[in-house]
Design a protein around this ligand. Sequence first.
Ligand code: SF4
Length: 295
Amino acid sequence: MNWPLSYDEPVFRPPSEARSLILQLTVGCSWNKCTYCAMYRGKNYRVRSVDEVVAEIQAAAANAAGVQRVFLADGDALAAPMEALEPVLVEIRERLPSVTRVGIYADSRSIIEKGVEELSRLAGLGLGIVYFGPETGDRETLKAIRKGTTVARQIEACRVVRKTSLKLSAMVLLGLAGTDGAERHARATGRFLVEAAPNYAAALTVTPVPGTELFAAVEDGSFDLPDRWGMLQELAWMLEEMDGYRGLFHANHASNYLPLKLRMPRDREQALETIRAVIEEKDERRLQPEWARGL
Ligand code: SF4
């Protein structure tokens, strides 16, 4: 949503929050060390003052009545203390009664630290969905990308959210283990998603961004990024392991080569057939052209 608030740019939000009012509760990412991520590299993490955010909500109430969704940024806004999260959610509920859902980015640390009880309190105040980026279910890949957590902790984080009334959206990244680790990463990630059981799962395609270690590794030849067919093969391996997953599985982000939107388990077999056929025929017409792909 175009909104004349003064953002500390750049601001990111999940694709499904494209029409949401974005409020920056935090600036930057409290971790900021993942090897593939440049989103918040130039920002020092801080929690903004509640007064500032409340003033923005009041301005929104005066200028954007009718707004239906709010997204709390930046990187892992759930890392903000309850003393900040609770009054902000209360203010949204009172000043913007048309809002039906508030979303937020979170990582495994902030989810586990808050725990079921605090998350349930936030849900009671209007928080509706947590966007979490485990990126991979593969131990080796997780270590290599310096996510600062373990697969077990990421599963635990998902379980914590699932014990509340909050919806959970989990994002994973195709291509993250290079060509060498592609199958291991894809299959482990498929199994991870079954175990973590998010309501929504999204597979995006990693895009090396200048300024990141991943980009430097691609440039110096120490990391071999799978090509478009390799990315599709990863998607197929992932889906092969996802027998038993119930939820929505999206691989339709602008970064993806073959947009897919699947209701699982219903659409899994058909999607696998389609992907295998596209790989077999190397049918370029079925893929997004490079120019149409984005981050
Ligand atoms: S991927 Fe997420 S946790 Fe990692 S540095 Fe970027 S915003 Fe922070």
